[in-house]
Every structure is written in C-alpha cells, then in structure tokens.
Design a protein around this ligand. Structure first.
Ligand code: GDP
Length: 457
C-alpha cells in the first residue's frame, strides 16, 4: 500500500528556542527541494543522508520565511522507516505554522496524533510494546519510570515476551508432531516433558505478571488518598510530604472541595497524593460533591492515610471514617503530635492493631517514618528495578489470558489426554503473546494506542 506523505509540527506549540516541522513519506525530499534555498539563495537537488544544511525557507511569494537547518533521513534507516525531512526553524509559533502551511500546500497531508510512530510500527521499526514505551517515556514522571520506559524502548520487554513465545511454539511443534508423525521415530516429548515445558512457560509469564503492580506504580505513581474530617490537617500533611506549598491550608471547615493531586517521589518512584474534601455529613450541595469524590478516591487508592487530630478525642465523624476506610490498605496518621494527646482510652482501644504514625504536619516530626513506610509499599513486588515490567493494562490482560491457556494445557496433560489435545490452548497462548508485540493488532487497537500520542510524534 502506498502511504501518503505526512507532516506536522513536532515540537510543543508556543514560542521556543527552535521548532521542528517533520515530514515523512516518499515526497519528503521533493518538498524539501521545492521550499529550501541554500545560503546563496539557490535551489538544491542533492541532500546527503543525515547531514545538516543551513539555508532558508521561501514562502509562496519567494520571500524568505525563516533561516533554517534541514536534515534528510532516507528510509529505511529513519524513525518511521520512510524518507524523513526535518526542518529546524526559529521557534516562533507563527513562523512554524507558516512553514507547515507551506509544506501542506505541496499536497502533503497533516499527520494525525502518533502517526509517525504508527508508521514506524507498521514498517517494523518498533513493535507495539516499544511504541507503548515511547508514550511511557514521554509521560514519565520519575527517574525510575524513565529508565523503565527506556529499557522497554530498547526492546528488553519485547525480548522477554518473544522468548516466551519461542518456548510455547516449540511445545506446539512437539504437540503437532505427536499426531502428524506418530509412526516416525522423531524424538518426541513425553507427557512429563511436555508438562515441564508448559510449566516453565507459565512460570516465566507469572514472573512478568508479578511486576504489574510495580509497573503501574512506576508509571502512574502509588495512589495515596488522604482522608479525614475537616481540620485534622490533611492539607498541611500533603504540603509537608510534598515539601512545598500547594494545597490551600485554612482553618475554615470544608474548604478543600476538589481533589488536590500532588506528586512527590520516594527512591525515584512517584507518589501521587490525593487530598480529599473533608469527609463529613453535609447539606451543602457543593461540599456533598466533594465528599462523594473523596469516597471514590479512597476506594481507588493503593493506600489510604486516615488523618486524625490527636489534639482532640475522636469524634463521631472520625469513628465513621475509620469504619468506612477499612477496605484496602491504610495507615492511621495521628496528626498534631506537637499538641498534648487528648485521645481517650476508648480511642486508643479502637486503634489497636492499626498501622499508626504519630506526626506533626507543622513541625514535620514523624514524617520521615511515614515516608519510609510508604516507600516500603512502593517497593513491594518490585522484583528488580533493572528488569522489564508489565507496562500497562493491555499487556497485563494478554499475559493473564496466555497464562490461563497454558494452565488449561497443563491440566490436559496432567489428566493423561493425548499430547495433541493441548494444541488449541498452546496456539491461543502463543497468539496472545504475539498480540503483546502487536502481531495481528486490529486497526482500532492500533488507533487507540497511537491516538494517545501528541501530534508530530
Ligand atoms: P484539613 O482541613 O484537614 O485539610 O486541615 P488543614 O491542613 O487545613 O489544617 C487545619 C488547621 O490545623 C490549620 O490551622 C493548621 O495550621 C492546623 N494544623 C495542621 N497540622 C498541624 C499540626 O501538626 N500541629 C498543629 N498544632 N496544628 C496543625
């Protein structure tokens, strides 16, 4: 299929040091020849591959639009695998748009978001997991996430999955051979060997699957919801943990109505702190929305910090919040430990068995311990930061499916069925692993993935 030639501004909109207009496709070089003039004002026919040329872009009226540096990168040794031209111009928003308009006037199509990377995928320059790593790299919020995405972009995760596929296809060949050539004395696997092989593949998948939680935390951060009734010091705690003023701290009850999100990092891993509205029964319609949001956030969180004010005995609301927040993992943060404790014996009884942290958001006493405890959760399940991680829900889903098929195949062998009976399950597991790499990816899936990219990527 002949692809159209596409172009887009590859740099962020607005004024900047330089901007880049990127063109990809068969007509890239022709467009460059048309709009570029060298420093003597002459047209140029020959552009050496991957060399920089200084010159000018001429507008339609033959007036100079901008001084530029251009590069021609012929396919297949380019990002997209097609001929690419990049025009570096001065970073004015207007001049960049003018250059793009000029390119488009040559009959070039404006690129869709992610279309350059999509072409790289279609031309076999990247597999789907590497393409996903490109987004992860762009969106990385911490050093650890960046390193992980970099490893995946270099193909480390793809390599792992390809190796699992290799293993499965080997077993599949053996299962097929057991019916195709039963009378030949091709050395064939015994049921026991088949069983061991399947279990090995399953174990490999499970090791990778065990990184799903850590992978998500690396990418999106550990979601930590801060809940508590108004005025216990939730916003103050968020500010103290994040280390800069962000949330509005006030002593009027019910002022934090939205969910405030802040990132900070522990050991290079992002922690997403969500400061919720005070959880209390209220008639105020706006505050009601805030309270509902807070409850939802609490349910989605990886960790809930229930903040209590130890300068006062627990109130009915405190007790209700303790009752409501016990579903997932939680820490009880007794704030204001700079004040003398007014917690009653009954209060302390109620908190028996909880993970308790005594802190002062004001003096920052006890915060180091709280940070360390959060870090321990973050590191849970992180087998080795150096190895690849499951990078998203799509990959996790396909791995789980592959594991389920292998499980079924192992069960078949265990039950003493003939070996060829495992073919369908092994084939399905093989296909799921292939889908991870993007083999037979449907157009809608590819579109869904690449539409998350920005224009020009
Ligand atoms: P929120 O409504 O739960 O977000 O509470 P804020 O963070 O707005 O704090 C309510 C009030 O408690 C403010 O006046 C804070 O200065 C005060 N406060 C917060 N943390 C502490 C603390 O550790 N010690 C003391 N003494 N006061 C605190």
């Amino acid at each position: 299929m002949k692809q159209s030639t596409i172009a887009a501004i590859a740099t962020a909109p607005g004024e900047s040091g330089i901007s880049i207009v990127r063109i990809s496709g068969q007509r890239s070089l022709a467009v460059l020849r048309e709009i570029f003039r060298d420093s003597q004002g002459r047209k140029r026919q020959h552009f050496a591959a991957r060399h920089l040329y200084l010159g000018y872009v001429l507008g339609k009226d033959e007036q100079i639009l901008d001084q530029v540096l251009v590069t021609y990168m012929p396919g297949p040794y380019s990002y997209t695998g097609e001929d690419i031209v990049e025009i570096n111009s001065h970073g004015g928003a207007f001049v960049t748009r003018e250059i793009l308009a000029l390119v488009l006037q040559q009959g070039i199509t404006l690129a869709e978001p992610g279309e350059f990377t999509q072409r790289a995928f279609l031309n076999g320059k990247l597999d789907l997991m590497q393409a996903e790593a490109v987004i992860d790299l762009i969106q990385a919020k911490s050093k650890a996430a960046l390193q992980q995405a970099g490893r995946h972009l270099r193909g480390e995760l793809s390599y792992r999955v390809a190796a699992m596929r290799e293993l499965v296809v080997g077993l599949l060949a053996q299962a097929a051979a057991s019916i195709d050539f039963p009378e030949h004395d091709v050395p064939q696997l015994s049921a026991q060997q088949m069983q061991t092989g399947i279990e090995k593949a399953l174990a490999d998948i499970n090791i990778l699957l065990s990184t799903s939680f850590a992978g998500r935390v690396l990418r999106e951060g550990l979601q930590v919801a801060i809940v508590g009734r108004p005025n216990v010091g939730k916003s103050s705690l968020l500010n103290a943990l994040v280390g800069k003023q962000r949330a509005i701290v006030t002593d009027v009850a019910g002022t934090t109505r939205d969910i405030i999100e802040e990132f900070f990092s522990i050991n290079g891993i992002p922690i997403k702190l969500l400061d919720t509205a005070g959880l209390r029964q209220t008639e105020d319609p706006v505050e009601k929305i805030g309270v509902a949001l807070a409850e939802e956030t609490m349910l989605d969180a990886d960790l809930v910090l229930v903040v209590l004010d130890q300068g006062q005995p627990l109130s009915v609301e405190d007790r209700r919040i303790l009752g409501d927040s016990g579903i997932g993992r939680r820490f009880v943060v007794l704030n204001k430990c700079d004040l003398s404790s007014q917690l009653t014996v009954a209060d302390l009884d109620l908190l028996q068995g909880e993970n308790i942290f005594r802190v002062s958001a004001l003096s920052e006493a006890g915060l180091a311990e709280l940070r360390t405890a959060i870090a321990e959760i973050v590191m849970q399940g992180v087998v080795q930061l150096e190895s690849p991680f499951v990078a998203n829900v799509r990959q996790e889903y396909l791995l789980r499916e592959a594991a389920a098929y292998l499980q079924a195949a192992a069960e078949t062998v265990r039950s003493g069925w003939p070996l060829d009976m495992v073919q369908i399950d092994l084939q399905a597991a093989y296909d799921r692993l292939g889908e991870m790499l993007g083999q037979h990816a449907s157009e809608s899936l590819a579109q869904e993935i690449f539409s998350r990219f920005c224009i020009g990527k």
